[in-house]
Design a protein. Structure first.
Length: 166
């Protein structure tokens, strides 16, 4: 692999991760442009290493790709929060996982597939927000803000029932 191929694949992954991260940052989500770009670059780097090692006897480049998927799962779990009956960050976690996939595509030199997947992720995050669907949520709630609610108690109910503790 020449340095030109290496740099081209790395820059393509960086650009794709940056596009996705920019959308997340503009939506004021926890994993923005830096996080998604770094995830894409990291995944691309591991793929480039696996491509370099592929000709060696006894190596299996697909194992490195599968470990990227597992490792990003742990990173994504770090952005999912449960707080007072709501779960937040699932879309951001899924987006970080997708950014790793973009890095894999870039590292493999699959540029058309990279462009298509980047566009698909951007479209989903831009146009398929929960507030675009009528599901009984407030207008200012986004999918990352509130996904599920259970055991909701408003302030009036708390003042009426002294035995309920915050």
């Amino acid at each position: 692999m020449t340095i030109t191929i290496f740099v081209t694949r790395l820059l393509a992954s960086m650009l794709a991760g940056g596009i996705i991260g920019l959308e997340r940052q503009r939506s004021r989500k926890s994993a923005g442009i830096r996080t998604n770009t770094l995830v894409a670059i990291g995944a691309c780097t591991y793929v480039l290493v696996s491509v370099k090692l592929a000709p060696m006897e006894g190596t299996d480049p697909s194992r490195i790709i599968s470990q990227i998927i597992t490792g990003i799962g742990f990173l994504g779990a770090g952005v999912i929060l449960q707080y007072k009956g709501s779960i937040r960050g699932l879309t951001t976690a899924a987006t970080v996982w997708c950014s790793a996939g973009l890095g894999v595509l870039g590292g493999m030199g699959m540029f058309w597939e990279l462009a298509i997947c980047t566009t698909a992720i951007w479209l989903v995050n831009t146009f398929l927000k929960t507030k675009n669907f009528k599901r009984g949520k407030k207008d200012d709630e986004d999918e990352d803000d509130i996904i599920y609610r259970y055991n909701y108690v408003d302030e009036e109910e708390i003042s009426d029932n002294d035995d309920i503790i915050d």
